[in-house]
Design a protein around this ligand. Sequence first.
Ligand code: ZN
Length: 148
Amino acid sequence: MRIYTNLSRLSKYKSETPNEREMSMLSVAGALALSSNCTPHKVGAVVFKRNRVLARGYNRLGGHPFQHRWNQKGATLHAEMHALLLAHKDREDVEGADIAVSRWAKSGTDGCSFPCNHCLPALQYSGIRNVICFSDNHVPVKVKISCD
Ligand SMILES: [Zn+2]
């Protein structure tokens, strides 16, 4: 039986209910996810600081070499990494920013969208403070990932 580990990973962090602005960023991330060419999971991500969007990303097949070593089959660039790379390319300061991540599962429903074990440290090292995402039971949550 496959155990979905995101629930236990999420429970390690402090979480709260997102506010209206954060919920709208989560909706934008959901719309962006539909641009993905990845069939099993379509993921969208928006890096934002208060009302300002710094970068948008979505997951895509045939990804960045950065991700190849972790994805053995069907390498994809994850939405969070895509957004971070675009933010850095545009010289945006992501320190103290938040990221909204939404995922569409193959079934057409939104699944848990907490970042994977590879994206999470990249977000933390970049100075991202909170992740706004869906929990395993499809509840929108704001999860504090910064260590301060
Ligand atoms: Zn990831």
